[in-house]
Design a binder for this molecule. Sequence first.
Ligand code: ADP
Ligand code: ZN
Ligand code: ZN
Length: 730
Amino acid sequence: MTSQIKIPPYRIHVAIPGPFSGPLGYCHHSPVALGARCLVPLGRRSVVGVTVAPGPDGADYPIERLKPIGAVLDPGALLPADILALAAWLGRYYLHEFSSGFLLALPALLRKGGGAELPVEEWVTLTVPGVAILPDQLKRSVAQQQLIALLQDISTSTVRALRERGFSRGQLTSLVKKDLITIQIHQDDQPIAPTGTLFEPALELNNEQQLALDAVNREPYSPFLLEGVTGSGKTEVYLQAIERCLREGKRALVLVPEIGLTPQTIQRFQSRFQDRVVALHSGLSDAQRLSAWLQASLGQAAIVIGTRSAVLTPLPNLGLIVVDEEHDLSYKQQDSLRYQARDVALKRAHDAGIPIILGTATPSLESLHNAQTGRFGHLLLNHRAGGMALPGVETIDMRKQQHQNGLSERLLMRVADHLADGNQVLLFLNRRGYAPSWFCADCGWMADCVFCDAHLTHHRQGYSNICHHCGHREAPRKSCPTCHSNQVSAMGTGTERAEELLGELFPAVPVIRFDRDAASTRHKFVAQLERTDLPGPAIIVGTQMLAKGHHFERVTLVGIWDIDIGLFSADLRARERMGQLLTQVSGRSGRGERRGEVLIQTYYPDDPIFVPLKQHDYRTFANDLLAERQRSGLPPFGYLAVIRCDSAFADRAEARLQQMAHYLLSTKRVRVLGPIPALLSRRAGKHRFMLIVQSDKRSHLHQSLTPLHQHYPRDQQQVSWHIDIDPAEL
Ligand code: ADP
Ligand code: ZN
Ligand code: ZN
């Protein structure tokens, strides 16, 4: 008996996880839609990949030698053409693995090969009264309160998902009886056309807002920088631009910084629009994320509001993108595929031919430059929407002040005054933990991390000294290892100590702390936010978490406890960040009915950074920085990449970068600085070096850097390295 092996005739190109610079070729007995997932063999494993268009050298491998696809997982395209193109661009532009953009575009469950159908489900949706009710109006049932609060946070959910979270059928039925929710059974994978119908009327825009909205509505395609002081009503402009987009039957994508995507924010969109709003953030389970993603890609959601990675969410008939707080550092991914979501959003809007609004009170230098040179429309909101004056800003000269753990007499007295008036006070201290060092008063010894070039931070909770760079923790020493003195103790003040001190000074006032310890999860963060809603005076103390677009209605005094360290950082963007941070934190003051006050403690009151800040003139500050950047050919006047390299052996890391520097210089298209030690020169036992690569032309930068991956494998001889295009920090 003869058997003839039949060769499947179709050549399929698949993007699969791994260090490949293009898709791999497979064969199949029928064509497969581009953007469908399939299971393919790779070595001895079987992996999930996405079918894509052939790469430049995809066609020449003889088809007889290709392995067949194991299984096709989707009947049609899961990722639409626009997302496929954007994903391919991501890998190329950020010089990362070919597949990384495609994988980023898929929710985790789909990456693992899970089913992409919305199951037949009972869907729970809030009614109009359900959207508006405050959870604590449901006096007698804590479970019902939690249920409503949850739904207000995530919009729609399924009965199944809610029961998984421990809610009972009976609790759901009670809410149906109170007309707060509805439950409907459907498996519907049909798109729902957006209508733009409103639950509540839009606010009447002031002049500046109207001008901004008209400009956005006039241009079929353009990026806009919406530069509006804190509290100027940027969100209302977004809402009305979105309304018009929905009325035209198109959908909208809204990006916000992770910490900005609070229930408050989501509710602001939900209580305005009757169309479905879907949120994508880190508080979702994998199943919830998948459901939200499917609703978006099937065209059931009219508005997607999400954090960084939501920029790749498929949305049929997308009509508008909004990037709120566009300057925010959280838009830049700091590992693996180091993309900048704002820039990806700009690319997506450009390719789709739709408007995009970048909103902020403190534009990044890049966006400001684009607006000032006419590449972006420049929309200005110079006044607070409610007519409230901006707060008065003053510095406190710490050289002339008595202080208690860094809290000056002057600031302390103002805190007491504002609290006595029944107001809230916000104190900003960008240092978490109890104290930034553990110190010997006799000889000056400080506890250092054994793995990093850094001091340990003392934490009172858990009583340990912790390295904030590698997580190493150890018990605080009772005596000094150098001079054996027992005068060893915590030195300096972090948020934990600030909380303790304020609790002692104002025992009758709640102190609400925001930092990565006290608000370590989204859930805890939201719980802390809720505490700030309680009536009466309160002290809010925390790190830069506080700077991100929160509306603390009753804060009238903002005190900056300590920022001096930020004035002298070697990082290229340190001063830009500092100006943004100070402006944003100051903007938390006086958003309600009472005029605000801002007091900044510093040992360097003459630093020029404070002049524009006091005059609410971020623009002058930013333009001064732009002039400096221009003189040195730095972004946005030149293009920058950093190659970072680390190894347990310092000489190996340095030598690898040295070789790369030689190669890059030989291309004669870029300038190279380094190798130099990284700002943190040793971390988790690895020595770290960097090479700064600069060019006046973006294309030159890419042409020089692209071949590096072929010449130098990424992990070899215990040396690993990566390229960071448009780095956010050095
Ligand atoms: P931003 O996003 O610029 O910081 P918001 O959009 O949060 O500012 O608006 C600040 C406050 O002003 C909110 O309470 C908002 O409801 C209110 N507001 C915005 N626009 C108007 C308007 N046109 N008329 C009255 N109040 C407004
Ligand atoms: Zn000592
Ligand atoms: Zn460490």
